[in-house]
Design a protein around this ligand. Sequence first.
Ligand code: HSE
Length: 437
Amino acid sequence: MEAKIGIGLLGLGTVGSGVASILLNPEGRNPLISNIEIVRVAVRDLKRPRIPSISSNLLTKSPEEVVDDPNVQIVVEVMGGIEPSRTLIMRSIKAGKSVVTANKAVIALHGEEIAAAAKASGVYVLIEAAVGGGIPIIEPLKQSLGGNKINRVSGIINGTTNYILSRMAKEGVPYKEVLEEAQKLGFAEADPAADVDGLDAADKIAILSGLAFGGSISRIDIPVQGIGSLKSRDVEYAAKLGYGVKLLAVAQRFPSTKDANSVPLAVWVQPTLIQNDHPLAGVNGVNNAILIEGDPVGEVMFYGPGAGAGPTASAVVADLLNIAGIHQISNGSNGLDPLLSASSWRACHLVDPTEIVQSNYLRLITEDTPGVIGRIGSLFGNRGVSIQSIVQFDATSQGAEIVVITHAVTKGQMEDSINAIKDLAEVKRIAACMGCL
Ligand code: HSE
């Protein structure tokens, strides 16, 4: 019998309980799981009843105690938030302990610092649970797709917003009502702002981009638009035109010869109309999907449950097994597997967001007078923006509702056009603007 590998859990909320539930019920799973033992657990409230039941002797309110416990060999950080998570991860690494974390925000902001520290200490920091919940996407990008030149990563990588948008499209349920249900079901964060404002998706695309293109980018410079101001009528109009609305995160290689030493990337998060026959259009509910376009592999799509206790715990335990397996082979000799401990190998930078090219959806509220559509069309045309379709959906005493879908143009051309259209006397307001695939 191998010696047990001791793990310390930082956090016993939704994900932590999911991890404990797998580790305490090893039957029928990988036999290595029986070798992993929870030896210490940091919780916020010692008195809260726990399911599954964890011996109260293991619980402490001090996360430092967990990290410093000599019987803890791997630290599992499932607390969320930037601090104290970052400090605890760094403390674990400095103590020579590998870390498994589901914390996308910390990795998106401090991934480089953490990876460098892990390399220096000869330990792993594995993050499969940070993106896509139960979908294996981190290790495939690091390993299985390693022979490819990746050109584009696009995906639906926030379960909460996808659940909200799917229910709005299917049942016309108001935004707030669906959000509350998502929180009850355990996949929206207690503070849903990061989900609905697109920040969670931005953290995740920053991480995927770093792995796909080999160098980290500045997370805070990623342009992000959330779903907070989206109206049911936009979802309804999109459906009438043959599209679904999804919060899409994209990272793509950008053609440029300016700086041969750094890869230019266009990275963004935006509610986007997706044609019904597109592979991402059928991804509904809390599911996520990530579409990788690589050379020579072509298009590969990863699909599955993107949030929730079970799926996220499944990814955490996979990372634990990876480390436990290597620990067993190397007997803890710090012989790091270079693929498992992947780090940046070149520079990447973000292009100016105004250079991002895509089709767009625009909803305008205008006066219902002759010539409005013509004038809007001319303003677009003068800025080189070609219109794919323009439809007047509704005309009431309040005015007319006009929906425009453009061909692919730069964000800069689109912004110029919107500024000019806004100034037309007949245009009351721009009610919505989204991307379009
Ligand atoms: N709040 C996240 C989501 C959880 O809705 O996708 C998984 O990261």
